[in-house]
Design a protein around this ligand. Structure first.
Ligand SMILES: Nc1ncnc2c1ncn2[C@@H]1O[C@H](COP(=O)(O)OP(=O)(O)OP(=O)(O)O)[C@@H](O)[C@H]1O
Ligand SMILES: [Mg+2]
Length: 353
């Protein structure tokens, strides 16, 4: 009754057929015949199937790829950043020995390396700060303890002769001087360490500077029957902070006198070329063991030999010298043999940069 078109599946083949009725012009209900056109559309279906399976495959592959890609980006970028954030938080909370595992060779690895270097440095600073505080307290406590004992014995003893008062007060005076020296040394060191200190650089005659030190220290040497020998083949002028360099060199010569037995020698030598000046302090003293030579520039470090003796040092002199020379962009070396003597060589540039 109606025109129709349909597709049928017959014998595993797709066929599309269309039927159109031929009607009587006068009476359209009267069908005179039917025209049927049919065609095999198998290949169209095959093509469609092929395309749709390809589309499925593509969709599957692309979602798989997107998944993999986002997974990798998250592990490559997000995860290390999260780790870094965790570590930064730990450091902020005071966990200074925090380390990040360094993986790969990219910018994140570089960042992790820098982070590790930073925490290492922080850790070292914190360690030396604690050591410093404990050393300072210890060094200040020793003279205070002596003063306490001396004053208590004066307070609680009865009928003390005047001579004893004098002796104890002179001891107390000595301990107060010692406290003063330690505090002054500490203050110089803190200033030198803070890098805030400005060098007061001026053209300075090195020979005059050293001669003045020797003049000041000669009574100390004479007391121990130590001969101070001064050698210099020419006048040397350097750009330095005169006050600070004087203290640095004095510390070396004082050590030479302090750690040399009676009758010994301390020799001071100045040499220079067009660029650098060398100040050498050699003594015929007790010497420093090889394994201790690298440590004597540390604050409060005293060698085994001298700690037990009553030479009365704090272990700050050489660290002041070291810091001062470094600030003058120079260097300091030590050579020593136990029982034979020590040589300290300071090198400083003639022109300050
Ligand atoms: N010329 C030297 N011969 C032998 N040992 C030395 C000499 N110079 C330094 N030392 C050793 O190095 C240590 C550190 O010296 P440093 O000058 O820093 O401290 P100190 O002399 O003990 O005290 P101070 O702070 O009063 O100078 C000394 O305690 C001593 O053990
Ligand atoms: Mg000293």
């Amino acid at each position: 009754k109606r025109d129709s078109a349909e597709k049928i599946k017959k014998d595993e083949q797709y066929i599309m057929s269309t039927a159109v009725a031929i009607r009587d012009l006068k009476n359209t209900d009267n069908i005179l015949g039917v025209v049927v056109v049919s065609a095999n559309i198998d290949d169209v279906y095959l093509l469609l199937e092929e395309i749709s399976s390809q589309i499925y495959l593509l969709a599957l592959l692309s979602s798989l790829l997107t998944g993999l890609l986002s997974f990798f980006t998250s592990t490559l970028i997000t995860r290390p950043i999260k780790e870094l954030m965790k570590s930064v938080l730990k450091v902020t909370n005071g966990n200074l020995d925090e380390k990040i595992k360094v993986k790969g060779n990219n910018e994140m690895a570089e960042l992790a390396k820098s982070f590790n270097l930073m925490t290492e440095r922080l850790d070292r600073i914190e360690e030396s700060r604690q050591e410093f505080v404990s050393n300072v307290s210890h060094e200040l406590k020793t003279p205070l303890a002596s003063i306490k004992v001396l004053t208590e014995s004066l307070i609680f003893e009865e009928n003390i002769p005047i001579e004893m008062y004098k002796e104890f007060f002179s001891d107390i005076n000595h301990e107060v001087d010692r406290l003063n020296t330690i505090i002054n040394d500490l203050l110089s060191l803190v200033k030198l360490d803070s890098n805030k200190v400005n060098l007061n650089i001026a053209q300075t005659n090195l020979n005059n500077l050293i001669e003045a030190i020797l003049k000041r220290l000669s009574p100390l040497a004479k007391k121990k029957d130590i001969s101070l020998i001064y050698q210099s083949d020419r006048e040397t002028t350097v750009e330095v902070d005169e006050v600070k360099l004087t203290l640095a060199i004095s510390n070396l010569i004082e050590n030479g006198i302090k750690y040399t037995v009676e009758g010994g020698q301390v020799t001071i030598n100045i040499q220079s070329n067009s660029q650098e000046a060398f100040i050498t302090v050699t003594d015929t003293g007790i010497g420093i063991a090889k394994e201790e030579q690298s440590r004597i520039f540390e604050r409060f470090y005293r060698t085994d030999k001298t700690r037990s003796r009553d030479t009365g040092g704090t272990g700050l002199g050489l660290s002041i010298t070291y810091r001062t020379i470094i600030m003058h962009t120079g260097s300091i070396q030590v050579e020593s043999e136990e029982g034979i003597g020590s040589t300290f060589v300071i090198q400083i540039p003639i022109k300050h940069v």
